[in-house]
Ligand binder design. Sequence first.
Ligand code: FAD
Length: 139
Amino acid sequence: MLVRLTYFSRALRAMSLADIRDILQTARRNNAERGVCGMLSYASDWFLQALEGPREVVNDLFLEIADDPRHQDVIIVSYDVIAEPLFADWQMGYVSDAGEVARLLTELGLQQFDPPAMSPSQALAFLRALVELEHSAAA
Ligand code: FAD
């Protein structure tokens, strides 16, 4: 059974690019081995992440992540059984206040990157739209 778990959390301290790279490197290695995919974004001291994969694997991984001392106040936004993953590959999004991302937030009726204020569907739409932005930037 495949599931998607989305959560947000607060970084214990401001993350540098090296900190984010470190998380990304571990996530890429472990998630590929475990058959998990998803999307992580970080801005304004908030993380927002979607994890997709087999139920037991996602559950275990989430418990591991939730225990990570780099963040706190971990809140599950949604947990759903899914037919197919929305995030084909592991990706990392960076949220800035500028340009496309600001437009994206406005489209979702949001002023800023503030995961506690997002509904489950807004959180998912935001992560999906980030993937598309990254794809179009890479094209
Ligand atoms: P290591 O990376 O060697 O870590 C061993 C232990 O040290 C773990 O308990 C870890 O939490 C802790 N640790 C590692 N680096 C630091 C550091 N710089 N500061 C403090 N403690 C540290 N992992 C995944 O596999 N997939 C994910 O999708 C994923 N997403 C994450 C999202 C966020 C927001 C955060 C904060 C972490 C995420 N991680 C993810 C990392 C995860 O929490 C564990 O660190 C990782 O699964 C453990 O990997 P490892 O067994 O290779 O051990």
